[in-house]
Design a protein around this ligand. Structure first.
Ligand code: SF4
Length: 471
């Protein structure tokens, strides 16, 4: 038996694991105690990942639907040649728009996956690129486009003394507000140094049980709740006046808009006390550092874009963005989420640009082409009809709205599943450095000098963030 260090790709937490191998098969998976970030953390899914691989239900070979409607094994070279020939002929007959790509959540867990699928679509010249983002959390990119994006990103949890989570349960989902590497330990350490945790969630989630203040509002009442908190912070002058003055516009309009959302009025509809709304607002605004984060669920509720916009507004009026000279957390290796410059990218159009779909007058958006319309793009005859669909790491028959339409499409397909098996557990990959990217910097703050390696935000000339946009 041998042991090798690996990473788990079952979810975005990518925990460091130790795999025990016997006769070329993994017999045991446990968290890697020597991994400095995860310190042995793993969850039950990851520890049983090898069982999924060994399951008789796991599709390890390519399958092709034959003339009688059953599936048959097909070797990779034959399947790929077949797919290439069919794609080529569709492209020749109907043009690039007839080939669409849809990436699901699992397509993001392979670092090269997103780049390769984009490269493929670039190569064939098709604009028909869809993803789960327009189904499960369109509010995030759309609200960011409308609000403006701070180039240095949000303040880091590692230095926060407050954390507000709205509809997020990172202790279980490994996503949102608390770093995903062993989030329970990160939260425990943060609370020991004095972090206050505020959770807004109709459910008493695992994370909510750890909160200093849990606003257990009624479902769908997050927008008035956030508006009331903004009102308290503005009325009591608890916001970052210097940041608002220097980097935003539209503040007066925000103040006027939330003026009628008194804690008492909102308490009556949201199912929480006015005292708790005020306490949450004061606790968040009076802290020195930290930010508010929303989860995936509220983005799928009514008013998801507005909810995410108000979360951004809350962070902005409290100045909860990395300033010039401060340390930036990890900005990514393959995809840089932020420019690294402490200024705002101005608001931009969130809809009505790019490829126009043939159905319902829909267009491209800041979250991508609306995946909910893809089934209609496939089923609607005429010029521009989608005739080939590549799905990576997703399950349209379960995840798309109105599943009967994808079912109608799939019943006409020759291939129901193309599973090119590659190692889900890339042996030998480990994360050994800290979670802070090492990059060159123009100048270092005292804070940044203590943090090594680190990224220091560059000083910039003043630029209006226009965060409180007039839309
Ligand atoms: S949290 Fe669980 S599923 Fe996710 S990467 Fe870690 S072990 Fe794997």
């Amino acid at each position: 038996m041998t042991e090798v260090t690996v990473i788990c790709r079952f979810c975005h937490a990518t925990c460091g694991m130790v795999a025990t191998l016997k006769d070329g098969r993994i017999t045991k998976l446990i968290g890697d105690r020597d991994n400095p970030m995860y310190t042995g953390y793993s969850c039950i899914k990851g520890r049983n990942y090898h069982e999924f691989h060994a399951s008789p239900d796991c599709i390890l070979k390519l399958l092709r639907r034959n003339a009688s409607g059953d599936f048959e094994r097909v070797i990779s070279s034959e399947a790929l040649a077949d797919i290439a020939a069919k794609t080529r002929s569709i492209l020749d007959l109907y043009g690039p728009r007839s080939v669409a790509m849809c990436g699901g959540t699992f397509s993001h867990f392979c670092p090269a996956g997103v780049m390769l699928r984009e490269a493929f679509m670039d190569a064939i010249g098709s604009p028909m690129r869809f993803s789960n983002a327009t189904i499960d959390q369109p509010g995030k990119p759309i609200s960011m486009a409308l609000h403006g994006k701070w180039g240095a990103g949000p303040q880091d949890f590692a230095e926060a003394d407050v954390c507000l989570l709205l509809g997020a349960n990172p202790l279980v989902s490994m996503w949102g507000g608390i770093p995903s590497f062993n989030p329970a330990q990160r939260l425990h350490e943060a609370r020991k140094r004095g972090l206050k945790l505020i959770v807004i969630d109709p459910r008493r989630s695992e994370t909510a049980r750890k909160a200093d203040l849990h606003l257990q509002c009624l479902p769908g009442q997050d927008v008035p709740l956030l508006a009331a908190m903004l009102r308290v912070i503005i009325e009591e002058g608890l916001y970052d006046q210097a940041f608002v003055e220097a980097e935003t516009d539209g503040f007066a309009q925000l103040r006027d808009t939330v003026a009628s959302f008194t804690p008492e009025r909102v308490a009556a509809v949201a199912g929480v006390s006015a005292e708790d709304i005020v306490a949450a607002a004061r606790s968040f605004a009076r802290a020195q550092r930290g930010n508010a984060t929303s989860g995936t669920g509220p983005s799928m509720a009514p008013h998801g874009v507005l909810m995410d916009y108000l979360v951004l507004a809350l962070n902005t009026i409290c100045g909860r963005w990395v300033k010039a000279g401060e340390r930036m957390p990890n900005q990514g290796v393959f995809f840089r989420q932020f420019s690294g410059v402490a200024r705002a990218d101005k608001p931009r159009s969130a809809t009505d640009f790019g490829e126009a779909l043939r159905v319902r007058g829909l267009t491209d958006t800041a979250a991508g082409l609306p995946t909910a319309a893809l089934a209609d793009e496939i089923l609607t005859p005429g010029e521009g009809q989608v005739r080939a669909l590549f799905v990576i790491g997703g399950n349209p028959l379960l995840s798309w709205p109105n599943q009967e339409k994808p079912v109608a499409h799939s019943s006409r397909s020759n291939y129901s599943s193309l599973s090119i098996r590659c190692s889900q557990l890339p042996l030998g990959m480990r994360i050994t450095s800290s979670d802070h990217a090492s990059v060159s910097s123009r100048r270092r703050s005292p804070l940044a000098t203590k943090a090594s390696p680190s990224m220091v935000c560059r000083s910039v000339t003043r630029s209006p963030m226009r965060s409180i946009n007039r839309r």
